[in-house]
Design a protein around this ligand. Structure first.
Ligand SMILES: Cc1ncc(COP(=O)(O)O)c(C=O)c1O
Length: 406
């Protein structure tokens, strides 16, 4: 199911939501009816409506599609390991985290934490020891100790993704201080690929604030070799922005990252995971184009582009396929909550030409039928009146038509 299938307009012109149930669509529920019931209970607008089935359905959709593509392409990196979800950044609601971890359990759907507060929330919510906990963002000593304890005591798969060059020293130092814990490490690479347009395009490209350049990555690898800890490096991550509308940017980013992954393997790192970040867009305006409020691809095409990029780059050197992670935030949660508020103002527009024409045709047919049952003299008079009426109506339609294309 895509977002468009969850919401539609019924015959009364009301917006209806169809919450998925099992493999079938559920009942159609009118938002107008819900708003009326909310007001009947004495609650005032605005109201946020949460449709939990949609959250579960989006997680299922992402996993099912990736796993289908993995099967179809003969990918050998095991199943998709779960969209990792940035808790506070994308949606800070406790209920959302609870729902994501409970719906995602059977898929080993993990979480991403970008700050200390998010890490505490994620550790308390993620009880599945097979799911990944990805730590992005700025990491101070406290943040790192928290993550190391989660590995040491909780058995969590908590990965530190190194985003700035100095971070590796702090992580290694804290790991030694904690009795020689072997940290699980990842690197965030700064890709040259930049998603065109959109509001987050500066998250990618050479000038982006986040991630390591190739020379900085080499420094980190040298440091890990020196400390005999290169075996702790397992993961490569990138994020070139949110709401990537054009599939060619998705593919270009994935191809470039796969080449970096290939080089890390050749350097001797113990690589096994590729984290493709966020970016999976939502078609907000329904235009299915590369406009920044839309996307010109389906979820299936997104999954194919990622999986095929890995196969294309890594198979040339017989490098094992990694476990795939994405950090799809908005694509997971955007459809699940709806803000209901009172109408503030109304603007009107001419009814669509096609439906006006259709209704004229229908009326002509029914008038012709009624003419058949009239006396001849009445019929003649009536017919000429009807003809005049329809010629006026038809010329109105054609003038609307010309206005539109002017
Ligand atoms: C590192 C990182 N990962 C994932 C996301 C989520 O991106 P999206 O909502 O486009 O999936 C963000 C969003 O800001 C991010 O910064």
């Amino acid at each position: 199911m895509g977002g468009v299938d969850y919401f539609s307009i019924n015959d009364n012109g009301e917006v209806v939501v169809t919450p998925p149930m099992g493999d079938k669509g559920g009942p159609q529920i009118s938002l107008h009816e819900i708003a009326k019931e909310v007001e009947d209970r004495g609650l005032a607008m605005p109201v946020i409506l949460r449709i939990e089935n949609i959250l579960g359905s989006q997680i299922k959709l992402l996993h099912d599609t990736f796993n289908h593509v993995i099967k179809e392409t003969g990918y050998k990196g095991g199943s998709f390991k779960g969209g990792v979800f940035p808790p506070v950044k994308v949606n800070q609601q406790e209920k959302v985290l609870e729902s994501i971890t409970s719906y995602g359990k059977k898929y080993n759907h993990g979480l991403e934490a970008g700050s200390k507060a998010e890490l505490i929330a994620a550790i308390s919510m993620l009880h599945n020891r097979d799911a990944y906990l990805i730590c992005n963002g700025y990491k101070d000593e406290e943040f790192i100790d928290l993550g190391l304890n989660a590995v040491k005591m909780g058995g969590l798969k908590c990965y530190f993704v190194v985003e700035v060059p100095g971070e590796i020293n702090v992580i290694l130092q804290r790991a030694k201080q904690q009795g020689g814990v072997r940290p699980l490490l990842g690197l965030r690479t700064k890709l040259t690929t930049q998603a065109e347009g959109g509001q987050w395009s500066e998250s990618g490209g050479d000038n982006s604030v986040f991630g390591l350049t190739i020379s900085q990555m080499i420094d980190v690898i040298d440091k890990l070799k020196e400390e005999e800890m290169l075996d702790c490096l397992h993961l490569l991550h990138y994020h070139i922005g949110s709401q990537i509308a054009n599939i060619s940017d998705i593919r270009a980013g994935a191809m470039e990252a796969c080449r970096v992954y290939e080089e890390l393997v050749k350097e001797g790192a113990n690589m096994s995971i590729m984290d493709f970040g966020g970016g999976l867009a939502v078609d907000y305006d329904g235009s299915n184009t590369n406009y920044h409020s839309s996307r010109n691809y389906s979820i299936e095409e997104y999954c194919y582009d990622i999986v095929e990029s890995i196969i294309t780059v890594l198979d040339k050197n017989d490098i094992p396929h990694p476990t795939i992670i994405t950090e799809s935030g908005r694509a997971t949660v955007a459809y699940y909550s709806v803000l209901l508020f009172n109408v503030l103002d109304v603007s009107s527009f001419d009814p669509p030409i096609r439906s006006l024409r259709h209704s004229l045709n229908q009326q002509t047919i029914s008038l012709r039928i009624s003419c058949r049952h009239m006396r001849w003299s009445h019929r003649k008079q009536y017919k000429s009146a009807v003809t005049t009426y329809f010629s006026i109506a038809t010329s109105h339609v054609s003038s609307l038509n010309t206005d539109r294309f002017r």
